[in-house]
Design a protein around this ligand. Structure first.
Ligand SMILES: *[C@@H]1O[C@H](CO)[C@@H](O)[C@H](O)[C@H]1NC(C)=O
Ligand SMILES: *[C@@H]1O[C@H](CO)[C@@H](O)[C@H](O)[C@H]1NC(C)=O
Ligand SMILES: *[C@@H]1O[C@H](CO)[C@@H](O)[C@H](O)[C@H]1NC(C)=O
Ligand SMILES: *[C@@H]1O[C@H](CO)[C@@H](O)[C@H](O)[C@H]1NC(C)=O
Ligand SMILES: *[C@@H]1O[C@H](CO)[C@@H](O)[C@H](O)[C@H]1NC(C)=O
Length: 946
C-alpha cells in the first residue's frame, strides 16, 4: 500500500504555502475560543483517542502541543489543521468555518461523512483543502468556489455524485484540483469552464465516470504539468488543443473510448515524460515525433488500433524506461535504439505484426526486467546474452518464427539470475539445450514446447529448484529422461510428450511430491510404470499413452484415478479397461497343449476341453466379479450400520443406504462420491460416501470423533452435516441438500454467466464468512484444506455454504509408506494449492486463504483455475498477474466477458482483495477475518489503497 499520491503532493504544497504566508487582516479570535471550536469538532468524531491533546483545559498550549495544529508566527491564531490519516469517522461539522484564519485544512484519509455544505466564505484565507478519501456523500460542494485564495483542492476518493458544477471553473487561483475516483461517480462530462482555471498545474479527474468529449478548452491551461483523465468513458477524438499544453509532463488518457489519431500538435509537448493512451480506440500511425520528445520515459499505447511501424528512432532520447505497445496492428521491425539510454526496464510489444529479427542491442540492455514479445512474426535468432540479462524476470518470445540454437553461457555468479519465467514455445529453435539452462535459480516457468530442440535433456535441469512448470513437449528430444528431474522438487506440471525419449520413467519422478500433471505420451519410453508414481498424492492428471511400456499398471494410489485414455497405445501394457491383464492366461495356454494328433476323437476331446475351459473362464470371471462386488458394494444389512444424528432426523440408516446407488450420483470429489436422495418425509439430502479412509487403523476412531465435531458446527454459511452413518468399512455423511449445486458448476458449467455481478459479490462475502468462522470462531479451529469453487454450494436462494471442510486429512493413501508420511493430508486441488506447499509440505489456514483468493479470481474472470490460458501462464493466478501486472486499474482486462455492467471500482476492490489472498508468502496474506472485512468494504470508501 502506497501513500496516496495526493498526500505527497499536498506536502509539497504545504511547504510552498508556508513560505508565502501573508499577514492576516481579520480580527483574531481568542485562543480559548479557537480551542473550544476545535473541542466541539472533536465531539462529532468517533475516534477520539488520537486527539487526546485537544483538551480545553490546555487551551493555552493550543499552538504548541495540540495535535495537528499550527499557528501563525505570534502563536495567536490557528492557520493549519491537519488530522489526516487518523481513521476518524463521524460527521465533519461546519463549525470549522469559524476558524477564519485557517489557511490549510487537511482531513484526508479518514472516514468522515456529511455533505460539506459549509459556509466556506468565512474561510477567506483558506489556501489548501484536502478531503481526499473520506465518505462525503452528496453533490460537490459549491461553497468552495467562494474561496478566492484556494490553491489546492482535493475532493477525490469520496462518494460525490451529480454533475461537476460549471462554477468550479471560476476558481482562478487553483493550482491543484483532484476530483478523482474511486467512488466519485459524476454525471455528464468535464465542464468547458475548466478552461478558465488558468493557474492550474495539476488536474486529476481520473476514474470518476465522466462521459462525453474532452473539452478543447483544456488546451488553455498552459501551466498544467499533469493531466489525468484516465479510466472514464470519454469519447470523441483527442483535442489537438492539448498540444498547446507545453508544460505538460504527464498525460494519461488511458482506458476511455477515444477515437482517431494522436494529434500532430503533440509534437509540442517537449516536457512530456509519461504518455498513456492505452485501452482506447485510437488508430493511425504512432507519429515519429514521439521518438523525438526529449524527456519521454513512459509510453503505453497498448490495446488500440495503431498500425504502421514503431518509430525507428524510439529510445534515441536516451530516457525510455517503459514501453508497452502490445495488442495493436504494428508491423515493421523492433527499433534498435530502444535501450540506447540503458534505462529500459519494460518492453512489451506482444500481439502485433512485427517482423525481422530482434536487435542485438537488446542482449546488452542490462536494465530489462520484463520482456513480452510473443505473438508476432519475428525471425532470426536470440541476441547473445538476451536470456541471461541480470535483471530480467519475465521473458516471453512465444509464437514467433525465431530460430537458431540457445547458446551455452559461461556464468560466473550462478545465483544472479532473476529470471522467473521464460517462454520460448512455438518457435523454430533447434539444437540441444545448453546445460546453462540450469543456471536460473529462480526460474518457475520454462516453456519450450513446439520447437525443434533435439539431443538429450541436460542433467542440469535438476538444478532448477524452483521450477513449477516445465513444458518440453512437441520437440525432438531423445535419450533418457534424466533422473535429476526428480530434484525439481517444486514441479507441479511436467510435460515431456511428443518427443523421442526412450528408456524408463525414472522412479525419481516420484520424489516430486507436489506434481499434479505428468504427460509423457507419444515417446518411446519402455519398461514398467514405476509404482512409486502412485504415491504422488496430488497427481490428478497423467498421460503415459503411446509409448512402449510393458507389464501391468500398478494398482496403487493415484493410478486408480486414471482411465484408459492415459494408457492406450502401449501394446505390452495391461491392466486397464481396453487391455485387461488376463490372470488365467497361464492356465489357458498350458492345458490344451497336452493334446497331440488331430484325430477325430482328439478333435472331439479338444472341443469338450474348450467348452469346459470356457465354462471355467466364465465361472472365474463370475467369481471375481462377485468377489469384487461384495468387497466394493455396500452390505445393506442395516444391523451392522451405526447412525449418528447431529440433529433430529426423521429417517434411518436404511433410507440413507437407499440413496447410495449409481443412478443417484450427483457429484464426485476428492473426498468421495456424492449421492442425492429424498427421504420418506420428503426431505432432500446429499449423502457423501467417503473414499480411501484408512481401514482398521486407529484413524477410524479419529474419524468418528472428528465427524462428531463437524456435526456440531452450525453456521449460516456452512453446509450442515445432519448425520453420520458407518459400518466400519464404509462411511456415509448426510448433508443438507443444496438445490443450486456448487459455485464451480454454476460458474463454469452450461449455466455460466447466470450469476450476475451482485450475486457474485454476495457469494464471495458469504463464503468468506463461512471460512472465517472455521478459522477463527469455531472450536476446535478448522483448516479446510480443500477450498475451491466446487466446495462452495448454493442453496435455492443462491446463498453460499462452505462444504467438505475438515475431511481432507482423513483421506490417506492406501500405500502410506516412506516419503508420504510427512504428508498428513492430501494436497488440495490443482490450481488452488498455495505455493508454500512446495517448500514446507504443510498446509495451514493461510493456504485456505490462498485457495479462497483463487475462488475470488474465478468469480471476477469466469475462468477456471486451470484451463488453457494460452501464452499467459499456468493457472488463473499466474494469468491474472501477467494480464494485469498487479495493477488494479487493469482489472478490466480480465473481467468475465459474460457480465454486463460491472461497477468497475467494486471489481478493482475485489481484485485487490484476491491479489492479497494469493500473495506468494503466506505471512503477507490477510487472515480470513481481514478478508471478510475487506470484502465488506466493497461499497464503502476504499481504506485499502494500493
Ligand atoms: C506579531 O507581533 C508583532 C509585534 O507584536 C506584530 O507587529 C505583528 O503584526 C504580529 N503578526 C501577526 C501575524 O499577528
Ligand atoms: C447537509 O447536511 C446537513 C447536516 O447533516 C443538513 O442539515 C443539510 O440539510 C444537508 N444539506 C444538503 C444540501 O443535503
Ligand atoms: C492552440 O491549439 C489550437 C489547435 O491546435 C490552435 O488553433 C490555437 O491557435 C492554439 N492556441 C494558442 C493560443 O496558441
Ligand atoms: C528400452 O529401450 C531401450 C532404448 O531403446 C533399449 O535399449 C532397451 O533394451 C529397452 N528395454 C526393454 C525392457 O524393452
Ligand atoms: C478419461 O478421463 C478424461 C479426463 O478425466 C476424459 O476427458 C476422457 O474422456 C476419459 N476417457 C474415457 C475413455 O473415459
Amino acid at each position: 500500500m502506497n501513500i496516496p499520491m495526493s498526500s505527497f503532493t499536498f506536502l509539497l504544497y504545504t511547504l510552498f504555502l508556508f513560505s508565502t504566508l501573508s499577514l492576516s487582516s481579520s480580527l483574531p479570535l481568542s485562543l480559548k475560543t479557537q480551542a473550544s471550536i476545535l473541542v466541539s469538532l472533536k465531539q462529532d468524531f468517533h475516534s477520539k483517542t488520537s486527539l487526546k491533546t485537544w483538551n480545553i483545559s490546555n487551551y493555552m498550549s493550543l499552538c504548541t502541543t495540540w495535535y495537528g495544529i499550527q499557528c501563525d508566527t505570534n502563536n495567536t491564531s490557528v492557520v493549519s489543521l491537519d488530522i489526516s490519516n487518523l481513521n476518524v469517522s463521524g460527521t465533519f461539522s461546519s463549525s470549522i468555518t469559524k476558524l477564519s484564519t485557517l489557511r490549510i485544512l487537511n482531513i484526508s484519509n479518514n472516514m468522515l461523512n456529511g455533505n460539506l455544505t459549509w459556509k466556506f466564505s468565512n474561510l477567506k484565507e483558506l489556501e489548501a483543502f484536502d478531503a481526499y478519501n473520506n465518505e462525503f456523500n452528496s453533490s460537490l460542494p459549491l461553497g468552495v468556489t467562494e474561496l478566492h485564495s484556494l490553491k489546492y483542492l482535493n475532493l477525490g476518493g469520496n462518494f460525490f455524485h451529480g454533475e461537476i458544477p460549471a462554477r468550479y471553473g471560476k476558481m482562478m487561483s487553483l493550482k491543484y484540483l483532484s476530483l478523482a475516483g474511486y467512488y466519485n461517480e459524476f454525471e455528464g462530462g468535464i465542464p468547458k469552464d475548466f478552461g478558465n482555471l488558468v493557474s492550474l498545474v495539476h488536474l486529476d479527474l481520473a476514474n470518476c465516470g465522466l462521459k462525453g468529449e474532452i473539452p478543447h478548452e483544456l488546451g488553455e491551461l498552459y501551466k498544467l504539468d499533469t493531466l489525468f483523465l484516465q479510466t472514464n468513458q470519454l469519447s470523441g477524438s483527442i483535442p489537438s488543443e492539448l498540444g498547446n499544453l507545453t508544460s505538460l509532463k504527464s498525460l494519461d488518457l488511458s482506458n476511455n473510448e477515444l477515437i482517431g489519431n494522436i494529434p500532430n500538435e503533440f509534437s509540442n509537448l517537449r516536457e512530456l515524460t509519461l504518455l498513456n493512451l492505452f485501452i482506447n480506440k485510437l488508430y493511425g500511425v504512432i507519429p515519429s515525433f514521439v521518438s523525438e520528445l526529449p524527456n519521454l520515459e513512459v509510453l503505453k499505447l497498448w490495446q488500440n488500433g495503431f498500425e504502421g511501424s514503431i518509430p525507428s528512432k524510439l529510445g534515441e532520447n536516451g530516457r525510455l524506461i517503459e514501453l508497452d505497445l502490445s495488442t495493436n496492428k504494428l508491423a515493421g521491425q523492433v527499433p534498435r535504439s530502444l535501450c540506447i539510454g540503458k534505462k529500459l526496464k519494460i518492453l512489451i510489444l506482444l500481439n502485433n505484426f512485427l517482423v525481422g529479427s530482434l536487435p542485438n542491442e537488446l542482449g546488452e540492455c542490462y536494465t530489462l526486467q520484463r520482456v513480452r514479445l510473443g505473438r508476432n512474426y519475428l525471425t532470426g535468432s536470440i541476441p547473445n546474452g538476451f536470456l541471461y540479462l541480470p535483471e530480467i524476470s519475465l521473458l516471453e518470445l512465444q509464437n514467433n518464427f525465431l530460430s537458431g540454437f540457445l547458446a551455452q553461457q559461461e556464468i560466473t555468479n550462478t545465483n544472479s539470475s532473476k529470471l522467473r519465467e521464460m517462454n520460448l514455445s512455438n518457435n523454430r529453435f533447434s539444437g540441444s539445450l545448453p546445460s546453462s539452462i540450469g543456471y536460473f535459480p529462480n526460474l518457475q516457468i520454462l516453456l519450450l514446447h513446439g520447437n525443434r530442440f533435439s539431443g538429450e535433456i541436460p542433467q542440469d535441469i535438476g538444478k532448477l529448484k524452483n521450477i513449477l512448470r516445465l513444458d518440453m513437449s512437441f520437440n525432438n528430444f531423445s535419450g533418457k529422461i534424466p533422473i535429476e528431474i526428480g530434484e525439481c522438487f517444486s514441479l507441479t506440471y511436467l510435460d515431456l510428450s511428443q518427443n523421442q525419449l526412450s528408456g524408463p520413467i525414472p522412479i525419481q519422478v516420484s520424489q516430486i511430491h507436489i506434481l499434479n500433471y505428468l504427460n509423457v505420451s507419444w515417446n518411446n519410453l519402455n519398461q514398467t510404470l514405476p509404482k512409486e508414481l502412485g504415491s504422488i498424492k496430488g497427481l490428478t492428471s497423467a498421460d503415459f499413452s503411446h509409448n512402449n511400456f510393458s507389464g501391468s499398471i500398478p494398482e496403487i494410489g493415484q493410478f486408480s484415478m486414471f482411465n484408459s485414455t492415459s494408457f492406450i497405445g502401449n501394446p505390452k501394457l495391461c491392466g486397464y479397461e481396453t487391455s485387461p491383464c488376463n490372470r488365467s492366461s497361464s492356465e489357458t495356454s498350458e492345458s490344451p497343449n497336452q493334446e497331440n494328433g488331430p484325430t477325430k476323437r482328439g478333435i472331439l476331446v479338444k472341443y469338450k476341453l474348450l467348452f469346459a475351459l470356457a465354462l471355467l473362464v466364465c465361472s472365474l470371471v463370475f467369481a471375481t466379479f462377485a468377489i469384487t462386488k461384495s468387497r466394493k458394494g455396500i452390505r445393506k444389512d442395516s444391523n451392522s450400520w451405526k447412525l449418528t444424528a447431529f440433529q433430529k432426523i426423521e429417517y434411518g440408516s436404511e433410507d440413507i443406504l437407499g440413496c447410495v446407488k449409481e443412478s443417484n450420483i450427483i457429484g464426485r470429489g476428492g473426498a468421495g462420491v456424492v449421492y442425492g436422495g429424498t427421504m420418506p418425509n420428503g426431505e432432500k439430502v446429499a449423502v457423501k460416501k467417503l473414499l480411501g479412509v484408512n481401514k482398521g487403523s486407529s484413524y477410524d476412531n479419529g474419524l468418528s470423533a472428528e465427524i462428531k465435531t463437524l456435526g456440531r458446527i452450525r453456521h449460516r454459511y456452512i453446509v450442515k452435516l445432519l448425520a453420520f452413518c458407518s459400518n466400519g468399512d464404509t462411511n456415509l455423511l448426510v448433508y443438507e441438500y443444496m438445490t443450486n449445486g456448487s459455485l464451480g458448476e454454476v460458474l463454469h458449467g452450461k449455466r455460466g454467466g447466470f450469476l450476475e455481478w451482485k450475486v457474485r459479490v454476495k457469494i464471495a462475502s458469504e463464503a468468506a464468512q463461512g471460512l472465517c468462522y472455521l478459522h477463527h470462531d469455531c472450536c476446535p479451529l478448522i483448516v479446510h484444506r480443500d477450498v475451491k469453487s466446487n466446495n462452495i454450494l448454493l442453496d435455492s436462494e443462491f446463498e453460499a455454504h462452505v462444504a467438505d471442510f475438515g475431511l481432507a486429512k482423513f483421506l490417506l493413501q492406501e500405500n502410506n509408506g516412506g516419503t508420504s508420511e510427512c504428508m498428513s493430508s492430501i494436497v488440495g486441488s490443482y490450481g488452488y494449492i498455495a505455493p508454500e506447499y512446495a517448500y514446507t509440505l504443510k498446509v495451514d489456514e493461510k493456504s485456505d486463504v490462498y485457495s479462497f483468493g483463487v475462488v475470488l479470481l474465478e468469480l471476477l474472470t469466469g475462468r477456471r483455475p486451470v484451463e488453457d490460458f494460452g501464452e499467459d501462464g499456468v493457472d488463473i493466478v499466474q494469468w491474472t498477474k501477467l494480464q494485469t501486472d498487479w495493477n488494479k486499474e487493469s482489472v478490466v482486462k480480465i473481467l468475465d466477458g459474460r457480465l454486463h455492467q460491472i461497477p468497475i471500482e467494486e471489481a478493482m476492490h475485489i481484485f485487490f482483495v484476491a491479489m492479497c489472498c494469493v500473495e506468494e508468502q503466506s505471512v503477507e496474506r490477510p487472515t480470513m477475518r481481514e478478508v471478510v472485512e475487506m470484502l465488506a468494504q466493497v461499497k464503502q470508501p476504499n481504506i485499502f489503497h494500493v
